[in-house]
Design a protein around this ligand. Structure first.
Ligand code: FMN
Ligand code: SF4
Length: 469
């Protein structure tokens, strides 16, 4: 299977001159000659769906933001470059190789929805990508490519929740990443505007989503639909990590069988091993080995009780204990929960503890009962999707690998430590580097020896975010 290079370039694009010489910049030129509604129509006709995880139709989102323009406050485009989903490294890979493409997509989005500012919201710790972006923006400004659209980079915190779109806006506005109730197309960011004027709407799109935009404008919706499936047109940039021969990122046609993606990017399972399960990040149901022929598409993975998420495939082989995986996922999500919704934080924490007890073979029937009960309630009254992720991803492992979980409870399995599930720091020399610091992160988001017993929203609401000082 050949990998494609529509948005993930094989080599880094080193200058704006090189980008323009290879056809870059034509998307903005085309957009400037079009009516904003015609731009939105073209994106809608392409069938592009958001690559940040939910797969929401991009054209429809742009239309909603355009319709919600405020008569007094400016609209803003926010590029979600927070990339924190465990097992995912595609946005950083795209930015490292071609930041011009993403910024060009953001400028076109701003022209379409009537925004006068585009902010790329990345992380302070993504130093290399931040430098690449700043340099690219400076070159594009010097060349006048962004006329009428201000460009900025925001360096946010490492918290997983920062990637949730309304938490992202909170962070850009100088607060902690705690999700809001009001949708982003109603309340965006101040971003230096008049503080007495309510915020105008924000269009939040994922990095990969926007990287697709320039070519859709130049080559048209039919070209975009030339690969992929009817419901999931185009390509998808996949990350493969876990128990495979190698780790990496590659762009494939939507609809490619999952097993082929694992083979092409990850080199397949390690010698003498076989795939037991695959997780698409920690937002969807676990995929069992008998489903490796499933097409990598929104509808294909949903049909087997999973989902595409952000196409970060964590491959687990027959040496892995699924109780350890369930405990690792539950811990990651419980720690990263902000605590605005009690069931998400408290049931999540109970689940993490109970599953760790299962993995270390200290659990009894009672703990198994607790796990089932808390899985049923953890997503109650939740403000954002993180709580549902806990319910769906952990619930699916407990259900689909019930034999392995029960073996621990009945004393028939060796004790194991929870698997580390955490953000990727980098992929170097074909190996993924996980954020080892997460092992020490407490439920209150501190790295203190002991957790304070408070939840992040209580602990930090009145404290100025340290990354802004
Ligand atoms: C807990 C959580 C973390 C998220 N992290 C990211 C992220 O790192 N990057 C991203 O693009 N979207 C992330 N999302 C999804 C965003 O909220 C949002 O759906 C996305 O930025 C929309 O862009 P799209 O329509 O182009 O996909 C996250 C969602 C949740 C609930
Ligand atoms: S669902 Fe969880 S992470 Fe989301 S706002 Fe509520 S407590 Fe915070």
């Amino acid at each position: 299977m050949t990998l494609l290079h529509r948005v993930l370039y094989p080599e880094p694009m080193l200058s704006l001159d090189e980008y323009l010489a290879r056809g870059g910049g034509k998307g903005v030129t085309a957009a400037r000659a079009m009516d904003p509604l015609a731009i939105i129509d073209r994106v809608a006709a392409s069938g592009l769906r958001g690559r940040g995880g939910a797969g929401f139709p991009t054209g429809r989102k742009w239309q909603t933001v355009a319709e919600n323009r405020s008569p007094v406050a400016p609209s803003t485009v926010i590029v979600n470059a927070a990339e924190g989903e465990p097992g995912t490294f595609k946005d950083r890979s795209i930015l490292r190789r071609n930041p011009y493409l993403v910024v060009e997509g953001a400028i076109i989005a701003a022209l379409a929805v009537g925004a006068d500012l585009a902010i790329v919201a990345t992380k302070q710790s993504f130093g290399g990508e931040v430098d690449r972006l700043r340099d690219a923006m400076e070159e594009m400004e010097d060349a006048g490519l962004n006329e009428g659209v201000g460009l900025a980079v925001f360096e946010g915190p490492d918290e997983y929740l920062y990637g949730e779109e309304s938490a992202l806006l909170e962070s850009v506005d100088g607060r902690w990443p705690f999700p809001r109730v009001v949708p982003t197309f109603r309340r965006g960011v101040y971003a230096g505007a008049d503080p007495d004027v309510p915020e105008g709407p924000a269009l939040v799109n994922n990095t990969e989503t926007l990287a697709n935009i320039p070519r859709i404008l130049i080559r048209g919706p039919e070209w975009f639909r030339g690969v992929g499936t009817e419901a999931s047109p185009g390509t998808i940039v996949c990350t493969v990590t876990g128990y495979t021969r190698q780790h990496g990122v590659g762009e494939v046609r939507m609809g490619t069988p999952l097993g082929e993606v694992i083979e092409a990017i990850g080199g397949g399972p390690r010698p003498g091993r076989s795939v037991k399960a695959v997780m698409s990040g920690v937002a969807t149901g676990v995929i069992t080995a008998d489903r490796l022929d499933t097409p990598v598409s929104y509808e294909g993975l949903a049909a087997i009780g999973s989902g595409l998420g952000s196409a970060g495939f964590i491959v687990l082989d027959d040496s892995v204990d699924m109780a350890a995986v369930a405990a690792g996922v539950a811990r990651f999500l419980a720690v990263e929960s902000c605590g605005q919704c009690s069931p998400c934080k408290l049931d999540g924490a109970t689940l993490a503890t109970a599953l760790a007890t299962v993995a270390t073979s200290e659990a009894r029937d009672h703990d198994y009962g607790v796990i089932r009960k808390r899985l049923a309630t953890v997503a109650d009254r939740s403000r954002c999707f993180l709580a549902t992720q806990q319910q769906v991803s952990v619930g699916s492992i407990v259900e689909r690998f019930a034999d392995e979980i029960e073996a621990h409870v009945r004393g028939g399995a060796d004790p194991v430590e929870p698997e580390l599930i955490a953000e990727l720091v980098d992929i170097r020399g074909g190996r993924a580097i996980l954020d080892e610091r997460h092992r020490a992160k407490q439920l209150d988001w501190s790295f203190n020896e002991r957790d304070s017993g408070t939840v992040p929203v209580e602990r930090y609401q009145k404290v100025a975010p340290p990354w802004l000082r």
